[in-house]
Design a protein around this ligand. Sequence first.
Ligand code: ADP
Ligand code: MG
Length: 253
Amino acid sequence: MTKQTTNIISDDAAIRITNLNKWYGDFHVLKDVNLTVKQGERIVIAGPSGSGKSTLIRCINRLEVHQKGEIFVDGIELTSDVKNISKIRSEVGMCFQSFNLFPHLTILENCTLAPMSVRGLSQTEAEEIAMHFLEKVRISDQAMKHPGQLSGGQQQRVAIARALCMKPRAMLFDEPTSALDPETIKEVLDTMITLAEDGMTMVCVTHEMGFARQVADRVIFMDKGTIVEENTPDEFFDNPQHERTQLFLSQIF
Ligand code: ADP
Ligand code: MG
C-alpha cells in the first residue's frame, strides 16, 4: 500500500506561495510567483486584465491546479489529495464577481447548505450561524427571499455572509464589486471593511483603489503572470517604482 504523504509545515503564515508556476496548455500564465500572507493581513492584488490575478487566487483554493511550486494554506500543502482540497475549501472562503448564489434556494438556505453538508451542523445550528452573519452584513430581513429578488449589492453581501458561515480562516475576493452599479458598490465595500476591522485575513483582487488605500496592508501589482511590484498602499500609489505600475495608475486615475 502506498502511503499518502501530506506536507505539513509549522507556519505562522495564513498563505505561503513559493515559486508558483502554472500553464494553460502552452500558455505560461503564472511565472515564479512568491507571496506570503500573514494571519490577519489584508492584501490587495491589482493589475491589468489578463495579468493572472484570478488564476492566482483560484489556485489558492484549488479551483485551478498549478504545475510547479508550492502553496501552503494554514501550513497544509495543496496537493492532489482530495481530503486536502475539501479541507482547504472549508478554511478559505471565496467571493466572485458573479455572486454564484444558488437561485432555487432561499438566502437562508444558501447560507446553511455547506455548514450542514460539509461541517455536519444541524439545521438549527446552521440557521443560527446564518442569521448571525446575515445580520452582520445587514440583510437578515431578506432571509426568506430568493437571490433573484435581491439587488446585486444585496446578493454580494449574501455571498460574503454565506462564505463567513463556514468560519473560514481567510477570505479571497475576485473583483467583488465589478458587476455592481456604482451606488451599490459602497455597501459591499463597507461590508468588506467591517470584515477587515474584525481581523479577517483577506486577499482581494479589486480595482477599488480607495478601498486599497484604506484597508490594505500591502498592494501587489501583477503584470503578465508575475508580481512586478509589492508595497504599502501609500508607497504604491504615491511613489510607484515600476514603469508598468506607473502606466497602470495613470490610466485609472
Ligand atoms: P486576470 O484575472 O488578471 O484578468 P486571468 O487569471 O483571468 O487574468 O487570466 C490570465 C490569462 O490566462 C489570460 O490571458 C486569460 O485569457 C488566460 N486564461 C484564463 N483562464 C484560462 C483557461 N481556463 N484556459 C486558458 N487560458 C485561460
Ligand atoms: Mg480576473
